[in-house]
Design a binder for this molecule. Structure first.
Ligand code: FES
Length: 305
């Protein structure tokens, strides 16, 4: 889904004070590609497009599906390299067959990893967006080299096929290194609410009269932002920073008993923080909330047993 707020959000590389035509000209290639991809994935707003995106993001899994699928090509192509080496040393047809089968399995896994990776990348902000693009292009190149390798092996050009496979493995390894950078350095796919400190005992955070019905309200507890919502006689409290990319949920939209993030439109249930629509995959931590002596008090909700 195209996000109009991205140009003014954190990490934005477009100066919003300039006229839109200038900004358009100066948009980096990765940003233009991302917008095109986002439009294609959103499917013109068709309701099933969001469901497909949720599936590909891994909203149902509680972690990015890409992280699971990417292990298939990495593992299969590593095994292929081992069988290739064994074939080279012992010249046995079963090693050659095992190598080809492993390359084939890796190619199937790579297709799944590519589709899920592209879906995740369509909602990644700079500077990770640029790294993600290089990561994806290298992975595509690695897969193309392995496909060439398999083709050459089938055509009995085993020596050339070996070179293509070895090159593919080198390219894939560097792409994996960039994948690690995306997670450990840029925290893509990591729960952004992790490590936030919420009160263990009930603590007052706002006078009861200050919370307006139906208004997303941000309060803080020892520097940690908390989202408060009143819906009639019900009160809700959850982490205010979005688990996806730290979007400020208090600046999002209240839709029934759900809140929609202003950055990439993930939707969370107010009641238990579960993700109803991605790209977020991690639920929002929820807090217990009550009123005492005219104050709204919150505390960390114990994890369900
Ligand atoms: S920051 Fe991306 S959906 Fe909230």
């Amino acid at each position: 889904m195209e996000d109009p707020n991205l140009t003014t959000g954190p990490g934005s590389d477009v100066d919003s004070t300039r006229d839109s035509s200038t900004a358009q000209v100066r948009q980096p290639v990765d940003e233009r590609l991302q917008k095109l991809l986002d439009k294609a994935l959103y499917g013109g707003g068709h309701p099933s497009a969001q469901k497909i995106r949720n599936f590909l993001n891994g909203t149902w899994l509680g972690e990015p599906l890409h992280v699971v699928l990417k292990d298939v090509p990495v593992g299969a192509w590593t095994v292929a390299m081992v069988f290739d080496a064994l074939d080279l040393v012992f010249n046995r047809p079963e090693f050659a067959r095992a190598c080809e089968t492993s390359i084939g399995i890796g190619l199937v896994g790579a297709a799944g990893a590519a589709v899920t990776g592209l879906t995740d990348w369509s909602d990644v902000d700079p500077p990770a967006r640029h790294v993600g693009l290089i990561h994806g292009l290298l992975n595509l190149s690695g897969a193309a080299l392995f496909a060439t390798s398999l083709f050459l092996r089938k055509k009995k050009s085993r020596a050339t096929g070996r070179i293509a496979g070895a090159l593919g493995y080198v390219v894939m390894s560097y792409a994996s290194h960039l994948g690690g950078k995306l997670v450990y350095e840029h925290r893509v796919g990591v729960d952004r609410t992790d490590g936030q400190v919420f009160p263990e005992q009930f603590a007052a955070v706002l006078p009861e009269t200050s919370l307006i019905d139906g208004k997303l309200t941000r309060v803080t507890y020892q520097g940690t932002p908390i989202l408060l919502v009143r819906r009639g006689d019900r009160l809700f409290a959850m982490a205010e920073t979005c688990s996806h990319f730290s979007g400020p949920l208090s600046e999002g939209k209240l839709e029934g008993d759900t809140v929609v993030c202003p950055y990439h439109f993930s939707r969370f249930a107010l009641e238990d923080g579960r993700v109803l629509d991605g790209p977020a995959v991690h639920p929002q931590p929820c807090l217990e909330v009550r009123t005492r002596n005219g104050q709204i008090e919150v505390r960390h909700a114990p994890a369900p047993s």
